[in-house]
Design a protein around this ligand. Sequence first.
Ligand code: ZN
Length: 55
Amino acid sequence: MTATDGPFECDTCDADVRFEEARRTKTMGGLDPATWQTLCCPHCGSRLQTVYVGD
Ligand SMILES: [Zn+2]
């Protein structure tokens, strides 16, 4: 069990976003996109959290 399961609360629109629902984008700052992804709110597009998705 990791901290990437969510739900993640969006500070902008108060949505509770589950991991599967979040939009995943590449991180800023050149982290490896295979292991780090930025989760974004599917409702308003705000950045929720950067999570480790590697093994
Ligand atoms: Zn939102």
